[in-house]
Write a protein that binds this ligand. Sequence first.
Ligand code: G3I
Length: 393
Amino acid sequence: MVVTVGTCLLVAFGSTAAETNKSDPMTLKEAFKNDFLVGAAINLDQIYGRDSKGVPIIETQFNSISPENVLKWEVVHPKPDKFDFAASDAYVNFGERNHMAIIGHTLIWHSQTPAWVFEDVNGKPLDRQSLLNRMSNHIFTVVGRYKGRIKGWDVVNEALAEDGTLRESNWKKIIGDDFVEKAFEFAQAADPNAELYYNDFALENEAKRNGAIALIKKLQKQGVKITGVGLQGHYLLTEPGLKQVDETISTIAALGVKVMITELDVNVLPSPARAFLGADVSQRYEARAGLNPYTNGLPDSVQQQLARRYAGLFSIFLKHRGDISRVTFWGVSDGDSWLNDWPVRGRTSYPLLFDRNHAPKPAFHAVIESAVDTQASTSSGGELVEKAGAHKN
Ligand code: G3I
């Protein structure tokens, strides 16, 4: 089959289960135009146009972008009296040039935040009021700069521990549990029209999800604006089960907030420890035999497994298309992915829809096909049904 990607025509590899019944060249953003935005996290080379193969894919396939790193505190506010907006300005300009929904990631996170943020001039822990002042200054400066241009912000990122309690971060230790609502209040004041999100990983796990639900309800009860919840979607080939993903979207949407899949990828590599879900950047493991099995390419059987996994996930996203406003992939091509370096450094990972040569993978076709199938089913008056066997993946 032939698929239009970027400015060139690519002939996809042999006929596979995931490639059947597709006659029309179609892009991701066209395929889901009646369902949700489709985004990609973009890196510095893409922001500055140096990635000559990646940029045309971003411009052609996606209608939303997220900054993989350039709006994190350590990049944009490296020193107490120094903000650096060079890369983030270029990022926002990229999105505006391409008429995309531009996402801000992230304002308050325990990671990628310099140590000085939590210390006074003598290197001693800051007091609550001084840290609140620092948080307020950061949020007003960063959100204020892009007021009316950035559509929505991951205001607070990964505040929850795996048991659903608030993580013992410096934000919590110094300010207290209300650091979350304070961050949302500052963000709302800085740009009253921006969408404001809580973003986290592994909310498919019940204990953590319950913690998120309690957190969102607390904000709502206090009258604090929260527009949506980002499920990061750093998934494995078999976990979480589609039923878990389905239930998670339903329960979060029932709170009356938008649901977004904000950092989607599927890790096909072996887990160094008992299969774990998530994206805790502090979790690291040494390389050892067997952990990097596909250095010469992904075997077709795994390629097909990945395609089926993506098809299953998108069948769930489409089922919830009334509640899901955006699905964003965490990167463009396999070579870009953070999963080449986490949780084991230097692996060859295959988590995305485009391969290292920027060609669409069977998973790309499977995702497009899920949209085509849904349109066909809806327009023929049929119920949206999940693909046979989808729950097995
Ligand atoms: O920019 C420096 C560069 O100057 C230096 O030479 C190089 C040497 O290692 O490091 C570069 O910074 C790296 C940065 O990515 C840009 O490539 C950092 O070391 C590295 O830690 C950082 O990793 C990012 C990670 O967040 C931590 O910020 C990943 O790219 C990014 O994909 C990942 O994204 C997070 C989300 O923000 C939140 N959810 C989980 C997700 C995956 O971890």
